[in-house]
Ligand binder design. Sequence first.
Ligand code: ZN
Ligand code: ZN
Length: 366
Amino acid sequence: MVEVTGNMHMHTPYSDGEMWHKEIAAAAIAAGLDFIIVTDHNVWVDGVEGYYENENGRVLLLVGEEVHHPRRQPQASHFLVYGAEKEMSPYAADPQQLIDETKAAGGYGFLAHPHEEPEFPLLGLPHLGWHDWEVDGYTGLEIWNYMSNFLDVVKTAVQRLPVQNKLLAQLTAVYYALNPEKYITKPHPATLALWDELLMAGKRIVAVGNSDAHGTPMSFGPIHRIIYPYEFLFRAINTHLLLSEPLNGDLVHDKRLILHAIGKGHSWVGYDMAQPTKGFRFTGKGANKGSIGDAIRLDVGATLQIKAPQKAHIKLIHRGQVVAETKNEAYLTHIPVDEGTYRVECTIEYLGKERGWIYSNPIYLY
Ligand SMILES: [Zn+2]
Ligand SMILES: [Zn+2]
C-alpha cells in the first residue's frame, strides 16, 4: 500500500482562478503534494497533464472539470468530474445526464460543496450548494471544501452581527479572512448526515476533501469567493489515497492508479493543517483482509483496526452511530458483529479548539 497526498479542486485563469498550471504545480510542490487535479469551471483543458518539476521536487498534475449550468440562476449544483477525458459541460443542463455521461465516459463524479449555506446578498454570495437532489449514480460527495466552509463561517458571523449592513459585512469577512484557520472546524454536518444516509441505503459513496483554490487575494465576485494562496490551501484540506503500487513517473500508469483510488474510495480526507494525516491506516480482517474502500467478508473473529498518525479522538461509525471510540489514543480496535459500512472520524485539538482531522472512507463488511 502506497500513500499519496493530493488536492483535487482548483481553478486557473481558464475559468476564475489566478495562476496557471505551471505556477499552481510549483505551489503544490512547495506544499509537499504528490498530485493535483485542476478543475476549471465548464472547461476541460487538454494538453497540460504530466509531471511538473523544479529544484524542490515534482508533482503530477491531472485535469478534471467542475461543471454547472451557466444559464440557470443561481449557478448552483457544481459537479466535479475526474477521468472522463473529454469535455462534459455540454451535459450541464441536465444533472442526471451529466452524471450518467461521466460514468459512461469512464469517469468519476462528485457533488461539489453540496450543502454550502444559502445565498447571502449582503456579500453578493449566491447559493452554490447542490440543488438537484433527485439525482443518483454519482461516485461521491465533496464532504469538505475549504473555501466553501470559510464562506459559511463568514455568513454565520455576519448573521450574528447586531446590525446588517454591507460595509460591516465586508469588514467582518476581511477580519475572518485574516486568520481562516481559527474558524475552520469541520465539514458541514448536513453533508456527513447525507453520507451516512446513503451508506445505510447500501450505496457506495466516496468522500473527498479539497481546497477549491482560486488564488484571488480578496474578491466578492459574482461567481464565488474570498480567496487564499494556492500553497496555503494545499496545506489545509487534502485527500490522501492508498495505491496498490508506487507511482513510477509514467503519466498513463500513474494516472490510472490515482483515478482508481479516487473512484473506489481507497482514501481519506485529512485536515493536514491541524496536523499531518499522513500515515493514517484503517484495516480489517475477516474471511479476507482489506483496507479503506475494500469489502471484507464478516466472520467470527473479524477485527477492524485504526491507526492514527498521532493521539486523537477516534470514532468508528456504523449506520450513522458511533460503535467504538477512544480519546487521546492513536489506536482503536473493534470486533464488528454487524454487516454494513464502517467509517472513521478523528478529531484533534488545534488552536485551542476541537477540529475535524480525518474522515476516512468506509470498509464494507458483508
Ligand atoms: Zn464550485
Ligand atoms: Zn470550484
